[in-house]
Design a protein around this ligand. Structure first.
Ligand code: GLN
Length: 253
């Protein structure tokens, strides 16, 4: 069994250690004897996006989003093909915003998104930046668990039909909001840097399963020793006062 991962704009969209997500996907495959191939794709580079099992796009500040958006929009058809072929997507922060309708910064400058989804993002002013540790109650692929991360975004994402989780501590999609990220059958998108997957290996395995499904159907992954990761997450949840998971996440208006 093997998995092919495409790491988009690896040289530009990489905030707060987002590259650690790739490392975790790779390591968790290698420990299980699953062959893994990671390819990168920068601005102007040719890649057959729809031949990959997993598509990863990290976060970037406004500057980086401005640099990549035209190239990203020019690949819309290929990304749509990938969605049709069953590719699993993991998108972080600035990458998350780019799959919605648009991102408007606090000066009113608008960067168009891919518009795969109806959400849109607007930065209000410097007083409404969402910064700090965050904990959310995730419901994904039939599993429910608390996840931790670090957020730093001015953008307020609205009109998210199906969030990744409910905020326990922190902001999430909006300043002092209730919900965090976006989730459908193929796309998991979140504001959580940290990076996300080393802190939350259960999300890593769900993404791997989604990716493997494209060519191998439902795959049961051998459990790994996550004692240290679990301890780290438990300590973090305690430290930010987020031990008790909130009620079921359902929808956001
Ligand atoms: N520029 C975006 C914002 O501030 C994204 C930031 C990020 O990716 N951390 O909302």
């Amino acid at each position: 069994m093997d998995v092919k991962i495409l790491w988009m704009y690896h040289d530009l969209m990489d905030l707060y250690g987002d590259k650690g997500n790739i490392q975790v996907l790779k390591t968790r495959c290698e420990k299980r004897g699953i062959d893994v191939q990671v390819d990168t794709c920068g601005i102007g580079e040719k890649q057959n996006i729809d031949s990959y099992d997993i598509f990863f796009l990290g976060g970037g500040a406004d500057r980086e989003q401005n640099l990549i958006f035209e190239d990203l929009l020019s690949r819309r058809d290929a990304i749509e093909q990938a969605m049709k072929s069953g590719t699993a997507f993991l998108l972080i922060c600035g990458g998350y915003q780019m799959f919605g309708k648009y991102y408007r910064d606090q000066d009113g400058k608008t960067v168009n998104g891919l518009s795969f989804f109806d959400y849109y993002t607007e930065a209000k002013d410097r007083d409404h930046r969402c910064i700090g540790n965050i904990a959310i109650d995730v419901e994904m692929d039939g599993e429910r668990f608390p996840a931790v991360g670090f957020e730093n975004h001015g953008g307020q994402t609205r009109n998210v039909s199906t969030p990744l989780g409910r905020v326990i501590k922190g902001h999430g999609n909006e300043f002092q909001g209730q919900f965090e990220g976006f989730l459908n059958d193929q796309v998991a998108a979140t504001y959580m840097h940290g990076p996300l997957l080393p802190k939350n290996p259960m999300i890593a395995d769900l993404i791997l399963k989604r990716g493997l499904k494209r060519r191998f159907g439902d795959v049961a992954l051998e459990p790994l020793d996550d004692v240290l990761e679990t301890q780290a997450r438990t300590i973090m949840l305690k430290r930010i006062g987020a031990e008790a998971p909130a009620a079921n996440a359902s929808s956001e208006n």
